[in-house]
Design a protein around this ligand. Structure first.
Ligand SMILES: *[C@@H]1O[C@H](CO)[C@@H](O)[C@H](O)[C@H]1NC(C)=O
Ligand SMILES: *[C@@H]1O[C@H](CO)[C@@H](O)[C@H](O)[C@H]1NC(C)=O
Ligand SMILES: *[C@@H]1O[C@H](CO)[C@@H](O)[C@H](O)[C@H]1NC(C)=O
Length: 440
């Protein structure tokens, strides 16, 4: 009850005085009746279906309107959307309790908007939590500060229902009628990329610390840092194993791509100059010597190998490098969850240069064939928070050739989700609806 009142208070405070008064004159939460149930109907089948005859999306677009609205099309493409997706854009409903007491949804959209094109992208990177002062002022819609035409509640009691846990208990109804209060507006809806509720995460609070303590028992293991953990494994691979990985994974070297590197004319194209080849073909994935290494990592980290991305082989020649970056790039509600660990193997001795430098720790690791370093990308006590202390770079190789391999380990199954076509995006997840409550 205390939590519920606090949530109601916080929500009230985010709204202007008019709606706050309306909220406080509502009956006590215990007396609020539960929202109607739409038992059995999967959320996807509801999306876009007119829920009341007077205010409907055009039949031809009914299955797309909600997704378009969630993607911001009501504002970007108003003429078409306000005509064809009336319900999803909220242009015909009575004004809901809003952040500024606007009279209609069109004003509502203008009053509650992002000021930067990248707001939704930033929000996906958890910036609303990391950088609240800036984000809540400049990215009001994407940070759920106020209701917008792309993200709004359809029922007056949504906030109270959400505070009482209905987003999780009565999801099918709530994600459609109370998308703002449940904070599910900007999530993709895909049955394939929705995690099984029974699927266990590879780590819970404290697992990462326990894993690294255990790792120190491995022959040749040494902690280079404990806060955050960076563990060096002096001889993880036999020299022949390192050679085999280069051979079987090195079937298709391409110029490496860094995040945001799609436009080769952009500055970020020069962030990374190495060559990359993935172990993503049967001749590598099924090679027994690769499988042995994969399974050794899996046993050591106590995470099923399916939670790992394909091994990524890297080749740096003289003059090649990778500027400072962080490995955790997977959204909280992606099918596979955050990258928990990087297991990085050095496959060659480099004559000069090619160190891995943890830029924020003043810690430099020299490559040596067969050794590995392991570090977490997130906090042991808060697995959805990126640990920025593990930013790192690959220093310029000045003599010789550097071969190395990345093995990235996620919280949930990666290989199965990838095979089902999932992307590195936020999807509506069973826990995300409940998580929305915790995040308020
Ligand atoms: C990398 O090292 C090579 C060889 O010493 C040098 O010519 C080049 O300028 C360096 N590049 C950068 C970006 O430091
Ligand atoms: C970084 O580490 C080096 C060598 O370990 C040390 O000499 C140097 O003083 C350190 N610099 C900072 C800023 O801590
Ligand atoms: C994780 O556990 C620690 C210690 O028990 C606790 O202080 C912390 O609040 C927990 N964090 C989360 C996110 O549950």
């Amino acid at each position: 009850m205390a939590l519920v009142s606090l949530l109601a208070l916080l929500r009230g405070a985010a709204f202007a005085a008019t709606s706050f008064e309306a909220t406080s004159s509502n009956p006590p939460l215990d007396d609020v009746s539960d929202p109607p149930s739409l038992d059995g109907a999967p959320p996807a089948s509801l999306l876009g279906a007119p829920l009341d005859g007077a205010c409907a999306d055009a039949t031809a677009y009914a299955s797309h309107c909600a997704a378009w609205a969630a993607a911001g099309e009501c504002a970007r493409n108003a003429a078409f959307m306000h005509e064809s997706c009336r319900r999803s854009c909220g242009v015909c409903a009575a004004a809901p309790a809003s952040c500024d007491g606007a009279q209609g949804s069109v004003q509502l959209a203008e009053a509650c908007a992002d000021e930067h094109e990248s707001c939704s992208e930033w929000a996906l990177q958890e910036e609303c939590a990391k950088n609240p002062v800036f984000m809540e002022a400049s990215c009001r819609a994407s940070c759920y500060v106020c209701e917008s035409s792309a993200c709004r509640d359809e029922e007056e009691l949504c906030a109270q229902w959400a505070a009482a846990g209905e987003c999780a208990k009565n999801e099918a109804y709530m994600v459609v009628r109370c998308a703002f209060s449940c904070r599910v507006c900007f999530l993709e809806r895909s049955a394939e990329c929705r995690r099984d509720e029974k699927m266990a995460p590879a780590a819970v609070n404290g697992t990462i610390d326990a894993t690294f303590e255990r790792l120190l028992g491995y022959p040749g293991a040494r902690a280079l840092s404990r806060e955050p953990w960076i563990v060096h494994l002096d001889r993880f691979l036999q020299p022949e194993e390192a050679d085999v990985l280069i051979k079987v994974a090195g079937h298709d070297f391409q110029r490496s791509r860094a995040t945001g590197d799609e436009d080769s004319s952009s500055a970020s194209a020069y962030a990374r100059t190495s060559m990359t080849s993935w172990c993503n073909v049967p001749s590598c994935m099924d090679d027994p010597r690769f499988v042995a290494v994969r399974d050794r990592i899996s046993a050591l980290m106590d995470v099923p190998w399916q939670n790992s991305e394909h091994l990524q082989l890297l080749k740096y020649e003289v003059g090649q490098f990778y500027t400072e970056h962080h490995d955790q790039i997977s959204p909280r509600h992606s099918a596979w969850g955050p990258r928990l660990y990087t297991f990085f193997m050095y496959l060659s001795d480099v004559e000069e240069g090619g160190e891995t430098r943890f830029t924020r720790l003043n810690l430099t690791v020299s490559p040596s064939k067969g050794s590995a370093i392991v570090w977490p990308s997130v906090f042991s006590h808060d697995l959805f928070r990126t640990d920025e202390r593990t930013f790192h770079e690959a220093v310029n190789v000045t003599k010789g050739v550097k071969y190395a391999a990345n093995f990235w380990i996620h919280m949930y199954d990666f290989q199965g989700a990838l095979a089902r076509g999932c992307d590195n995006k936020n999807y509506l997840q069973p826990t995300s609806v409940m998580g929305a409550q915790g995040a308020s």
